[in-house]
Design a protein around this ligand. Sequence first.
Ligand SMILES: [Zn+2]
Length: 65
Amino acid sequence: MPRTEQTKICPACGATVPEAATQCPACGEPLAPVEKRAWYKTLTPTEIFLLILGSIMLMIGLVAV
Ligand SMILES: [Zn+2]
């Protein structure tokens, strides 16, 4: 089997289209690429907490010095 290509389903016609496709080849429906999803939405709540905690610690560090 060749490498499995990432695909998604067109919400308009149900056709299987490549993940990177910005338009459905079957019906022409504009498709939002998954890569454009905001990076912070891929973070888990724990990662967001640690990110905020890290920022606060950095701020305190800057103020203290
Ligand atoms: Zn379609």
